[in-house]
Design a protein around this ligand. Structure first.
Ligand SMILES: Cc1cc2nc3c(=O)[nH]c(=O)nc-3n(C[C@H](O)[C@H](O)[C@H](O)COP(=O)(O)OP(=O)(O)OC[C@H]3O[C@@H](n4cnc5c(N)ncnc54)[C@H](O)[C@@H]3O)c2cc1C
Length: 430
């Protein structure tokens, strides 16, 4: 915890994002009488954060605005992901930040969420690359790995020097991963080894990953187990990870497939105890929390730019767009949803640290925040008129990205079924 703060501490703990002063709202209260309204934080959610969480958030925001924002336009256009970004995040202690030990910072769940919000304010694709590394792979190893696996992988992953991917989805089984076909059978000749075969698709980071956490069914039990597949140990032709190109969203992240053809993996690389969907679902729980918080960052960025545009752009008798009621309603809707979303994310984060959070709570905030972020970003996009079509304005990029956040890690309708099952006690999946 301390080392994280030392690395992250910045001067002036209440510094704002670059440029925000220029557009700072007027407060609608006379000085000294009653508190003013802060359009950037209408419900004063900052008051719910600790000093340390504020410092972490501000440092993450500064890094993202100064170092990754300038790269995103070209990265998105060219569908190029620079893995050095993960190394930079590792240098700052942003990877696996909620993990205690193994070179990780051990910060609160809310602080972890604030980091995802800062990254996703720039781009959901950058947040996806970070979430896969931090929550899905490092989180999985931390929760289910042996002592040797933790020592072997976590410190280099925390530095962003060893990159991870999480392979659950298959070409024929997305929302229903329990029906997966990927299989692990005992090696017929080599004792202490399994042979993995099958395909995974839509896997973030797979083309660049050094270690791939692959979920496969053990042939002898039919139960799902987690395997850490190390690329450098795979004989030629047993592991392929082609990139999926020409995506319409998350273009600043890298996505691919995983093809395994009798790929030998030592038993020592299998998670020792966890069986069934509990393993992948537990990793997904943490990552979904990060998405719930992260998407609020993307929506905040849309609000920031839509507001600025509405104040500058004049139509009809020289009036700024901001003067029109329909435009104001779009901004009011978005600001309300972002505030509610952040409050909910903070509450669930606190409950998670107290051991009181349930998967249904995570489903609720993941579904709600992704849906509202997509809905509002799409409405705010209209404020830019024809200019919304230019990628220079960024809002179209957020809209395309937010469709993916609503789809992966449990599509929103699937989360409705999880919540509905908890409310009624009746399973509606099949
Ligand atoms: C850019 C990107 C990155 C990704 N990264 C990863 C990754 O790193 N690792 C990984 O494992 N996966 C990853 N995914 C995969 C993602 O998690 C899946 O796409 C998602 O789970 C949905 O599965 P599917 O695409 O097969 O859709 P399907 O399961 O075919 O669903 C299609 C539609 O049908 C609906 N539907 C399905 N079943 C039901 C039902 N019973 N009742 C009502 N509606 C239903 C769904 O809600 C959805 O709207 C990624 C996807 C994308 C696009």
């Amino acid at each position: 915890m301390l080392s994280f703060c030392r690395r992250l501490r910045i001067k002036g703990s209440h510094a704002r994002l670059p440029g925000t002063q220029v557009l700072k709202a007027r407060c609608y209260a006379s000085a000294g009488s009653r508190p003013g309204f802060d359009w950037e934080d209408p419900l004063l959610t900052k008051d719910l954060l600790t000093e340390e969480e504020l410092a972490i958030s501000e440092t993450a925001e500064r890094y993202c605005q100064e170092h990754i924002l300038p790269r995103v336009l070209q990265a998105y256009r060219n569908e190029h992901y620079d893995p050095k970004i993960l190394e930079e995040m590792g240098d700052l202690g942003l990877l696996g930040a909620t993990i205690d030990g193994f070179g990780c910072a051990g910060v609160s769940t809310v602080a972890g969420g604030l980091i995802t919000r800062a990254v996703e304010r720039v781009d959901s694709g950058y947040r996806s690359g970070m979430s896969v590394q931090s929550s899905l792979v490092m989180g999985g190893i931390y929760e289910f790995g042996t002592a040797e696996q933790k020592e072997k992988y976590l410190p280099s992953m925390a530095k962003g020097k060893l990159l991870g991917a999480f392979g659950l989805t298959e070409p024929n089984h997305g929302s229903d991963p329990g029906s997966m076909e990927c299989i692990a059978r005992r090696h017929p000749h080599k004792s202490g080894y399994y042979l993995l075969s099958g395909s995974k698709t839509w896997i973030t980071n797979s083309p660049i990953a050094d270690v791939l956490l692959v979920w496969a069914k053990l042939e002898q039990t039919g139960k799902i187990r987690g395997f850490l597949v190390e690329r450098r140990d795979c004989p030629a032709g047993t592991l392929e990870t082609p990139a999926i190109k020409n995506k319409t969203g998350l273009r600043a992240s890298i996505t691919g497939m995983i093809h395994l053809d009798d790929c030998p993996v030592p038993e020592a690389n299998m998670f020792p105890d966890v069986e069934g969907l509990k393993g992948p679902f537990s990793c997904l729980n943490s990552a979904r929390y990060g998405i719930a918080f992260g998407t609020m960052g993307a929506l905040e960025d849309c609000i920031f730019h839509a507001r600025a545009y509405a104040l500058e752009r004049k139509q009809f008798k020289g009036n700024p767009l901001a003067k029109y009621q329909l435009v104001q309603k779009k901004l009011a809707d978005a600001a309300t949803d972002v505030s509610y979303g952040i409050l909910a994310a903070i509450q669930v984060g606190r409950l998670k640290d107290q051991g009181k959070a349930t998967p249904e709570m995570i489903s609720m905030i993941k579904r709600q925040n992704c849906d509202r972020a997509l809905h509002n970003a799409r409405a705010l996009q209209e404020i830019f008129g024809g200019n919304a079509v230019s990628d220079e304005y960024g809002v179209g990029r957020h809209v395309a990205n937010l469709f993916v956040t609503q789809t992966y890690e449990g599509q929103s309708d699937i989360h409705s079924l999880i919540i509905g099952r908890a409310i009624t006690g009746v399973q509606a999946f099949a």
